[in-house]
Design a protein around this ligand. Structure first.
Ligand SMILES: Cc1cc2nc3c(=O)[nH]c(=O)nc-3n(C[C@H](O)[C@H](O)[C@H](O)COP(=O)(O)OP(=O)(O)OC[C@H]3O[C@@H](n4cnc5c(N)ncnc54)[C@H](O)[C@@H]3O)c2cc1C
Length: 328
């Protein structure tokens, strides 16, 4: 077994997803504890042009499995390829993004390797002996559990997108690149067609300013005002689960434990109570401004600026003031 960390890159339509660069970022930190190397496994078809990005964000080695069988994500061939490469390279740690793809792939791979998997981690720490401490929210986010995998290797973890920080891109970095051929067993499953969920999202994970809507402004006219404010500020809008469950906001805009993790420069929360499950997705925002008519609302515990008021009144006033500043 090596002491290295292997990241399973996630690509969609041949574009490596942000979570991969975030995993490389945290792996560079972890690798310092036991002088390990950061390796990335890139799977897909015609994905070779993505290697430079992976290297620039900090990989020491990139293993590429390029095969028509891997063109679109399918559980079986991806599981076979990942398992085969892990058996060959024997990494100490395997990290996978906790996306819909990663959540499908990682448990299957772990089961085939007969090893443990800690899902949905928000914090990772490496000990000098190479044992990984994996922390994840438990009991609905009310406590954090730190889990180790003492008896089997590799130590596997899925990590929530948006939680870890990527490194600065360095175009001058170099890395070892190895193409690996995988033997696929005949597939029992055929992909007939892909139907993509349409979502008008200008990615909330990448937005610098987010205006977040909660049940306190849970009417279409107020949500529209929040959208207007978001676009005036050059950002976009998101919401708590309450409005997603009510069918008022698309699920891809949900922030929190079962939604997305965001870290914008400014997070403006209107009519959000601040349940732990919501805070789990936004509390690392650089500046949090909360408007709630209840002065005891938990959102104020994480807010940098708190306004105790009726959010439906504050929204248009704020937009008006900001427009004046922009025009001035
Ligand atoms: C396993 C699990 C996972 C979950 N995952 C998520 C998740 O990912 N994301 C998430 O958001 N939630 C999640 N939840 C739900 C979470 O527990 C809360 O129920 C939810 O976040 C509440 O949303 P809210 O703050 O919009 O609504 P509420 O809790 O109902 O709060 C509404 C707030 O608006 C205030 N208000 C009312 N009217 C006004 C007004 N006119 N002006 C100003 N303030 C006003 C009220 O004082 C109140 O504080 C999860 C729950 C569970 C059990």
């Amino acid at each position: 077994m090596s002491k290295n960390i292997l990241i399973i890159a996630e690509q969609r339509n041949s574009q490596v997803q942000n979570v991969t660069f975030e995993l490389i970022g945290i792996s560079r930190e972890l690798a310092k504890a036991n002088d390990a190397k950061v390796e990335v496994l890139l799977l897909g078809h015609n994905v070779g042009d993505q290697v430079a990005n992976i290297v620039g964000y900090g990989a020491d080695s990139v293993f590429v499995v390029d095969d028509p069988a891997l063109e679109s994500y399918m559980t079986e061939p991806y599981t076979q390829a990942v398992t085969q490469v892990i058996r060959e390279k024997e990494p100490n740690v395997v990290l996978v993004g906790a996306s819909s793809i990663g959540r499908d792939l990682a448990p299957r791979v772990a089961a085939r390797l007969n090893t443990g998997l800690t899902a949905d981690c928000t914090k990772l720490e490496m000990q000098p002996d190479g044992s990984l401490e994996m922390t994840r929210p438990a009991f609905g986010g009310n406590l954090f559990a730190t889990i180790v995998c003492p008896d089997t290797r590799p130590q596997m973890s899925t990590v929530r997108p948006g939680v870890m920080k990527r490194c600065e891109f360095d175009a001058t970095r170099t890395a070892q690149v190895e193409n690996i051929k995988v033997e696929f067993a005949p597939s029992r499953i055929k992909l007939v067609k892909e139907v993509k969920q349409t979502c008008s999202v200008d990615s909330i994970e990448d937005a610098k300013i987010l205006v977040a809507c909660g049940r306190g402004i849970g009417k279409e006219e107020h949500i529209q005002r929040a959208k207007d404010l978001a676009y005036t500020l050059g950002g976009t809008y998101c919401s708590s689960r309450a409005l997603v469950d009510a069918g008022l906001v698309e699920s891809c805009r949900q922030v929190g434990q079962t939604g997305k993790t965001v870290r914008p420069e400014a997070y403006l929360a209107f009519g959000i109570s601040g349940a732990v499950q919501h805070l789990a997705g936004m509390e690392d925002s650089e500046l949090i401004i909360a408007v709630n008519k209840d002065e005891t609302a938990s959102i104020f515990n994480v807010a940098d600026v708190g306004i105790v008021s009726d959010a439906t009144r504050v929204l248009p006033l704020l937009k008006e003031e900001i427009e004046k500043i922009i025009k001035a």
